[in-house]
Design a protein around this ligand. Structure first.
Ligand code: AGP
Length: 607
């Protein structure tokens, strides 16, 4: 995914754009650039590398002007080079454009444009759009854009400026998010809300196939036929505090430390006495009780949350539940009956594969429940009902607080389903709720041990391979711990179901491979101890996540990280926290960019 900003007003566009891009850099950071109309001319400054490179370029070569667009990129077509950085301009430099998404028919378009003597500079799909606008330009900015977008296949959020129309900019949305911010004598375009904090609280969410023509005093909306439409203004409540790092060095650490409060706020919002509540859940109970099967589809960390969702839903509501990786679900022509509910879990709500899975389900007239952290996202808007995980903006690319919020939301939704299907006794529901209410304090106890975990990281940060093992509720935890470590420290690490380990992967073990074993007290504890002994007997180096008070586990371990006791089914919420911290500190000691790991972006909005 990429980050787009646009500004028109009285302030220097350069500074407004840079601040906005800084707040969107989690969306991609291979390269960055701005295009500003300075005294009637479009001036473009762009460069490969992080935003600070662009910052330096602009310090040396500032650009004046009060209308401009900016972009921070996660490369899809064409490597992360300066020439492929956005913005892109046409042959005569009369238009400049920034884009988030993929133009699927760009090769054919590019071939035809080259035959029409257009000169291309980049390898990107984006550049075909600005040459098409040049070719379609008839003196009317809107009409030229309307004609252009009708020729594009794929997904695109666009911001466009033109020397022919120095007092307006155009925003276009199809398949990739884009919002328009309304100010006083100034207006804004942004891919996501954090870019608008401190600028305005008045916004419009563009829907698919919508266009906005924006001047400093006015915003007009149109559909893709060019017909004017009306849109409702919304108010946003995101404050500086929510999108700043506060006193933390990295967003990831801030977001790990926020987890006790996030879980406490979900409990406050979702539980009233013995009632479990869901806002925006548009399904009524008459529909929910008839659900005979659930298919959860998600990607990455959200898929790990889905694996836990299966345990919860089958355990509490006795509904058969499958869990699919979105990029597989959408192509496997799933067997779906009328009583199936598809659940799309996505922190960003913009993951292309999960969106495609949602649309696949809806094409078969199956209802979809979204579980998202962004209620303005595509998945939240296209789902038949949506659960807001209420984790607040998650900026660190490695998902932490959103994961725990997904798991807690799934836990409560499953209890809710168990209750309305009479599959749970009231006293059991109360017990689970009471145990859940203790979790925030228990997470706090763990995050308060971060210095101990930092010291542990000191001993292991230079290893090249890690294994994570867990059973039952904690095999997803093993998967999640491995993903956290690999995506921010670049250490090869894999999670396995511990019982599966002896069926081949145990061949990987030697004294150089740390094995993180999740062995908190529970039904399968003794089985986990056996697995640990199997590893130990092969010179494995064992780090165990264990329950406070468990002394015997020390006999089989090289290192033990203790977590507070809880009921087995809630243990994944606690057990993942030391793994988040371990991966954070290992990555830090390896000099990795924790918040913006290489090759990644916060949300993968391309297939
Ligand atoms: C998680 O740490 C990763 N950054 C990644 O796996 C992420 O969970 C995945 O891309 C899904 O994103 P989503 O939840 O926004 O759909």
């Amino acid at each position: 995914m990429c980050g787009i900003v646009g500004y028109i007003g009285d302030k220097p566009a350069e500074s407004v754009l840079l601040v906005g891009l800084e707040r969107l850099k989690y969306r991609g950071y291979d390269s960055a650039g701005v295009a500003i109309i300075d005294d009637g001319d479009i001036i473009i400054r762009k460069s490969a590398g992080k935003l600070r490179v662009l910052d330096e370029i602009l310090k040396e070569n500032p650009v004046n002007g009060t209308i401009g667009i900016g972009h921070t990129r996660w490369a899809t077509h064409g490597g992360p080079s300066t020439v492929n950085a956005h913005p892109h301009n046409d042959c005569k430099n009369k238009f400049a454009i920034v884009h988030n998404g993929i133009i699927e028919n760009y090769a054919l378009l590019k071939e035809r444009l080259i035959q029409n003597s257009h000169i291309f500079k980049s390898e990107t799909d984006t550049e075909v759009i600005v040459h098409l606008i040049e070719e379609n330009y008839n003196g009317n900015f809107l009409e030229s854009v309307v004609k252009t977008v009708s020729q594009l296949d794929g997904s695109f959020a666009l911001a466009i400026i033109s020397e022919y129309h120095p007092s307006s900019m155009v925003a276009v949305r199809k398949g990739s998010p884009l919002i328009v911010g309304k100010g006083d004598g100034e207006n804004f375009i942004a891919s996501d809300i954090p870019a608008l904090v401190n600028l305005t609280k008045r916004i419009y969410y563009l829907d698919d196939k919508e266009i906005a023509v924006i001047t400093r005093d006015d915003i007009q909306f149109y559909d893709f036929s060019g017909k004017e439409i009306k849109k409702e203004e919304k108010n946003i409540s995101i404050t500086d505090k929510l999108v700043d790092k506060s006193e933390y060095e990295h967003y990831m650490l801030k977001e790990i430390m926020e987890q006790p409060d996030i879980v406490a706020s979900i409990i406050r919002e979702r539980i009233s006495g013995e009632e479990i509540l869901f806002n925006k859940l548009n399904f009524d109970n008459n529909y929910l009780v008839k659900i005979g099967r659930i298919i959860i589809q998600a990607a990455g960390t959200s898929w790990h949350a889905g694996l836990l969702g299966k345990f919860f839903i089958e355990g509490f509501a006795r509904i058969h539940t499958e869990v699919d990786i979105s990029s597989e679900f959408r192509y496997r022509n799933p067997v779906i009956e009328g009583d199936t509910l598809v659940v799309a879990i996505s922190q960003s709500g913009e993951t292309a594969d999960t969106i495609a899975g949602l649309r696949e389900a809806k094409s078969k007239f199956i209802k979809v429940l979204g579980i998202c952290n962004n209620m303005a996202s595509t998945i939240a808007r296209e789902s038949d009902a949506v659960i807001d995980i209420m984790a607040g903006p998650e900026i660190g690319v490695a998902s932490t607080k959103a994961y725990i919020a997904q798991v807690v939301s799934l836990f409560l939704f499953s209890l809710y389903m168990g209750k309305i299907k009479w599959a749970l006794q009231p006293e059991d529901i109360n017990m689970y709720i009471n145990e859940l209410k203790k979790i925030p304090e228990k997470i706090k106890e763990i995050v308060d041990k971060k210095d101990e975990i930092e010291r542990l990281a000191e001993q292991y940060y230079n290893r090249n391979n890690f294994i994570f093992l867990g059973r039952s509720y904690n095999y997803p935890t093993a998967f999640e711990g491995a993903l956290k470590l690999k995506e921010i420290s670049y250490i090869h690490s894999t999670g396995y179901q511990a019982g599966e380990f002896k069926h081949g992967p145990i061949a990987l073990i030697d004294e150089n491979v740390p094995v993180v074993c999740i062995a908190t007290q529970g039904e399968i504890y003794n089985k986990m101890v056996s697995n640990i002994q199997e590893v130990k007997s092969r010179d494995g180096n064992i780090i165990v996540i264990a329950t406070e008070g468990d002394k015997q586990i020390q006999k089989f371990s090289d290192k033990v990280i203790y977590v507070p006791n809880t009921i087995d089914i809630l243990s994944p919420i606690l057990n993942v926290v030391p793994l988040q911290l371990l991966s954070y500190y290992i990555a830090l000691k390896r000099g990795c960019d924790v918040d913006q790991p290489r090759n990644l972006a916060k949300s993968v909005t391309v297939e």
